[in-house]
Structure formats: C-alpha cells, structure tokens
Ligand binder design. Structure first.
Ligand SMILES: NC(=O)c1ccc[n+]([C@@H]2O[C@H](COP(=O)([O-])OP(=O)(O)OC[C@H]3O[C@@H](n4cnc5c(N)ncnc54)[C@H](O)[C@@H]3O)[C@@H](O)[C@H]2O)c1
Ligand SMILES: O=C(O)[C@H](O)COP(=O)(O)O
Length: 601
C-alpha cells in the first residue's frame, strides 16, 4: 500500500474473531463476552443489556402468541410466567402487550409499531420462532429499545425436506391424483408423471436450505446445478454441485427450486422475461418467499405451457385470497407455508427461541439478535458517519463481485492517527460484515452476531491498521475494504494486487467513496452509484449526464479519476433515483465507455 511521507505504516494483527463453540449456551455467551470486552477507551460494553422490568424477584412475563413446542415452553416456564394466548386479534394483542416483558411469535402474528407503542416501554424482547422476521416491525422495535431475536437454523432441514416433498409430489401429481380418487374417479392415464432421475435441477440460492435440497436431490439421481453469486464454489463442489450463472441455471433446468431470501434484488426474479428463457415444460418449486416470483407472470407461463407445473409453499400475500388464480390452477400444488412445520423442527425452533429469549431477559448477549446494535450514545455520535461509511463500503464491495465467485476473504484497513487501542473498530467491522452479508442473504447482522455470522458463512475478515502521524482528533482518515480471490463484474475495481478494492472517507460528516481499484474518485455515498470506465476525453460527463437527465434521474455527484490525461478513467456518478434499464443500456452503448456497473447503496 502506498503511504505518503507523513504517514507511518504500522500494521497490527487485529482483534481475532473469537472461536465459538455452540455446544452450550454457556460457551456461546462466554465467547461473546470475550468478543465484546470493553476497550481501554470505552469503559462501557457496547451492547445495552436488556433487563426485564419489575422488582428484583418478580418473574418476567412471556406471551407466547403462536403454538410453540413443549420443550421450549418448559424452558420458558422455569424462568418466567408464560401466557399462551393464540389467535389474538390485533386489538387484543395491543391490550395484552403492556403486561408482557417478551413475546414469542411465528410468521402468523404481526408485531407492528402499534404493538410496540401499546407496550409502553415494558416489552423488552421479541422472539421469532423461525427465520423470517417479515412480520416484525424491526425499525419500531429498535426505536423502542426492544431486542428482536430469531431461530435461524432449527428449521433448515424441515424446509429442505418440504422442498423435496413438493418436488416429488409435483412430478407424480400426488395431490391432484389424491383429490381425484377421493372424488370417486380412477384416472390412471391423466396422472402419468415425469421422472426425477437424470433430470437437471437448478437450486437458486445455495445457502442453508438450498445446499440441503441439493444434497438430497443428488441422492435421487438428479443432475444438480446451482446459481448463487455469493456461495463459495468449493462448498458446492464438495457435494457435486456446479455453480452456474443465472441464465445458465434457468435455461438448462428441468426443475427449478428457489432458496434465496426476498431482497430488493430477488423480488420477482422469476418474471415474464425469465419465464420466456426457460425450457418449455420446466417445473418450479418455491419454499423460500412468495415475493421472489411474479405470481401473475407465473399464471401466464402456466397457461402458455412454458411452466408445466409449480409447487408452492409460500405466497406474496399469506393466506392468499380465496380466488387466487395460482392456488386454483390445476397444475399448481399448494401448501400453507408448511416448510418449517415438522414436529422435530418445531421442537428445535422452540428450544432455540426459548433459550434466546430467556438469555436476553437475563441480560445475556443474544447471538441471534436481528435488529440494530444498541450502543452508548457517546460512542455512536463519534463513530456515526464512519458506521454508515463502513456498511456502505461493504455493500459496494460485495456488489462488485461477479456471479460465481464465492466471497471468502475480506481485508479491512483502517487509517487513523489514533493508537490501535484508542479506537474500537468492532462496530465498524460489524457494519462492514453487515454490508457484505445482508444484500446476499436472509441473515440480519449486527454488532452482536457479526463475527458469528461471518464465521458461519466461511467469511474470513482480517483487519489491519495504518497509524498516521498527526492529530488524533477525528477517529479515522479512511477505511478500505478489499475482497480477495474473486472476479469483479467491473474489472477496474480490481487493484494492482488483484483484489476488489474500495476506499472511503468521511467529509463534512458525509461518507464518500474515494477509491475504486486503482482509481481515485470522490462521490458522496448517498442514493446509488454508477461507475463507468472510459477513455478520458472531453464531453463524457455531458453525454452520460444528458442520458440520465432525459430519464429524469437526478445526479447528486460526479467525479472522474484517471491514470493520465486521455488515458483510462473511472467516472463515479451519484444518482438519487434508480435509472431505468433503457437508461443503463444507453450508457453502455456510449462508444467510449468500456464497462459500467450500477450499485445500490
Ligand atoms: N417455507 C418455509 O417455511 C421456510 C423455512 C425456512 C426458510 N425459508 C426461506 O428460505 C430461504 C432460504 O433460507 P436459508 O435459511 O437457506 O437462507 P440463507 O441465508 O442461509 O441462504 C440464502 C442464500 O441465497 C443466496 N442468494 C442471495 N441473493 C441471491 C441471488 N440474487 N441469487 C441467488 N442466490 C442468492 C445467498 O448467497 C445465500 O447463500 C429464505 O427466503 C427463508 O426465509 C422458508
Ligand atoms: O421464516 C421461517 O422460518 C419460515 O418461513 C417458517 O415460518 P413459520 O414459523 O411461520 O412456519
């Protein structure tokens, strides 16, 4: 790394990720107490410990609002008064909640802002007995100082098994044939199915559930490919699965099984355009989230015979309307969000969530906390803009990774005039981890679970410090994030040493992107960013600016970094709105532009 004459380069081996043993609650909390020990500069711990209100010996009250496994209830009852009240109306829930210190729900209960407001400060913990927290208003929870914890692993196998059950049932028309026999018919010719053996299954999303589905499908003799831009290829190879591009997956598959989280990128990822590219007669399974499919487009694709059959456990709106065309379609097998519903998974989930809720009420740190870290005001106010910078650099860096390259090795460099033990970077590291993992996963990352989550995903984050000469007034000069051993969808983001590199600084309280690969740029990290590599020449800013202007896209910032006049340059353009596909296409068609990428912050 280049350093100016006024800088002294000193690298320090950094706070190591604690080695976690998950064999018991005890080992988990002690591991985190090592990770979160206060720094010399900040004597208070960074996480506000949640404590139940009431007198010292008063037991807290936990409201269990949806059916929970016995083992979990038993654990809860040893520590708290447990009120099992199912099927509460929103009004009943709001009335009850002010008497409760914690609530446990599945996906059927909305924990809305009104619920937090009605709690009048008593509610301290929301436990989601499952993975998705779409039904909990996270922002309201955080605003009300309420910790939200979930149970992210106990239902993985159940979801994978349900995916396989739907795959096989769909291929052999089990549900339709069953209904026909029960209606007194005997239609052996109508319900001839298709075989699974030798067919190609595309697993879209190679995370916890997707990889278990892939493993099982291999056992059924299927040829399994997977698309997951962020999964390590070696993990896939280890079970005989090839990671392929999105287009390769959807155009070659006989069966497609969806296992990605619902994010802005994956919303309606199967739509009219993508159905049109699929093999005629493809069959689709969805046990992820309804929103990843454009449901109207799926009805059209089924009617046109492009999609022969679909088996769906999840819907955009749950429960779906009685006249939902997809549910009523004769070539669709539907289940009412049963992925996690096995006796075993529900027992596991119940124990996982009961332990998390009891631990949180006791004031222990929760490894599965899903809402924002709560940190003392003085720490947050000093680091606030750097926290935003850190998360955005993580988000930018991961979006620059090309599909098919697994993200495994991340190096973070902090340049500061402060001595290493005078700057606590745990929050920054957590936010970089959050920025890297959240756009590609259903996992929620915060200070408490960042190291744990990174480790669980095989992501190694090393940290290095550059100690600068000068006044230690501001905590940091710049932060640099590098992702090694990957290809980039924007080749200019690769530095001389071969990593994707982005660097940023805080200027007047606003985070700025100041370097991409070897190019210096300067664009404020607000809205979104377009990066273009071009041959430096007059008129480029005007050309691209006019394309965006014609599309009514407001440009907030533009900067050009170049190697030398009339040589290669990178233009960074900050935009307030998302440009249309057409606008991006037009930018790509400008002859001097060699490559470009649109990045969401
Ligand atoms: N039906 C059910 O009852 C049920 C039960 C459990 C989980 N789920 C759902 O299943 C999904 C997967 O859960 P998980 O626990 O395996 O999550 P996970 O975070 O372990 O895995 C998600 C994977 O999707 C990948 N991904 C992200 N964006 C992608 C994209 N654009 N294209 C392809 N892959 C992408 C990620 O890299 C990750 O590997 C989630 O939507 C979850 O809510 C449903
Ligand atoms: O997000 C989850 O864990 C699954 O979708 C299961 O939801 P459930 O607990 O309501 O069955």
């Amino acid at each position: 790394m280049a350093t100016s004459a006024s800088q002294t380069l000193r690298t320090t081996p950094f706070l190591k990720t604690p080695s976690l043993s998950l064999s018991s609650r005890q080992s988990l909390s002690s591991a985190f107490s090592v990770a979160l020990r206060p720094s010399r500069r900040f004597s208070k711990p960074l996480v506000v410990i949640v404590k139940a209100s009431g007198s010292l010996d008063a037991k807290p009250t936990v409201l269990v609002a949806e059916k929970l496994g016995e083992a979990g209830l038993k654990l809860l009852k040893e520590f708290a008064n447990v009120d099992c009240s199912y099927n509460l109306s929103p009004e009943e829930l709001c009335t009850k909640i002010s008497l409760c210190d914690a609530i446990i729900v599945r996906s059927g209960t909305k924990v809305s802002r009104e619920v937090f407001e009605s709690a009048a400060g008593r509610l301290k913990v929301v436990g989601r007995a499952g993975v998705g927290i779409d039904n909990v208003d996270l922002a309201a929870a955080t605003e009300h100082g309420c910790l939200v914890v979930n149970a992210p692993t106990a239902n993985t196998v159940a979801a994978a098994e349900h995916g396989i059950a739907l795959l096989a049932a769909m291929a052999r028309n089990v549900a339709q044939a069953d209904a026909s026999v029960k209606a007194g018919k005997w239609q052996r010719n109508k319900y001839v199915g298709v075989s699974l053996v030798g067919k190609t299954l595309a697993v879209m999303g190679f995370g916890k559930v997707g990889s278990e589905v892939a493993r099982r499908a291999k056992g059924l003799g299927m040829h399994v490919i997977s698309h997951d831009p962020y999964a390590p290829a070696d993990r896939a190879r280890a079970i005989g699965v090839e990671l392929v591009s999105f287009d390769q997956a959807i155009t070659t598959a006989d069966f497609i099984s969806l296992h990605m989280p619902l994010t802005p990128t994956t919303s309606k990822i199967l739509n009219d355009d993508t159905f049109a590219k699929m093999k005629k007669g493809v069959r689709i399974v969805n046990v992820a989230r309804g929103g990843v499919i454009d449901e109207d487009a799926l009805v059209r694709a089924l009617d046109a015979g492009i999609v022969a059959q679909a088996a769906l456990d999840v819907f955009t709106k749950e429960p779906p309307a009685a006249d939902n065309k997809l549910v009523l379609h004769e070539n669709v097998t539907a289940t009412p969000h049963l992925g996690a519903s096995t006796m075993e998974a529900q027992e596991g989930v119940a124990i996982e969530i009961a332990e998390a809720v009891v631990g949180a009420l006791r004031g222990e740190l929760a490894a599965t906390a899903v809402n924002a870290p709560m940190v003392p005001a003085e720490v947050l106010s000093e680091l606030k803009p750097y926290v935003v910078l850190a998360e955005k650099l993580g988000r930018l860096a991961v979006q620059l990774v090309a599909g098919g390259s697994g993200v495994k090795t991340v190096k973070v460099t902090y340049a500061s005039a402060r001595a290493p033990d005078d700057l606590d970077t745990r929050l920054l590291r957590a936010m970089i981890t959050k920025g890297i993992i959240e756009p590609i996963s259903s996992v929620f990352v915060n200070l408490v679970n960042a190291d744990f989550t990174a480790k669980q995903r095989g992501l190694r984050i090393s940290e290095e410090r550059i100690v600068l000469d000068g006044s230690p007034e501001s905590p940091l000069d710049f932060i640099q994030v590098q992702i090694a051993n990957v290809e980039s969808k924007f080749a200019s983001a690769i530095s001389e040493s071969g990593e994707i590199k982005v660097e940023g600084r805080v200027k007047d309280g606003i985070p700025h992107l100041t370097r991409v690969g070897s190019f210096e740029v300067d664009v404020s990290l607000e809205g979104s960013i377009i990066l273009c590599r071009q041959v430096d020449q007059p008129g480029m800013i005007g050309t691209v600016g006019s394309i965006l202007g014609e599309e009514n896209v407001n440009v907030s910032f533009m900067s050009v970094g170049r190697i030398a006049p009339r040589k290669q340059a990178v233009m960074a353009i900050g935009v307030d709105d998302q440009p249309s596909k057409e606008a991006l296409k037009k930018i790509g068609e400008v002859s001097a532009i060699e490559e470009f990428v649109f990045l969401k912050l």
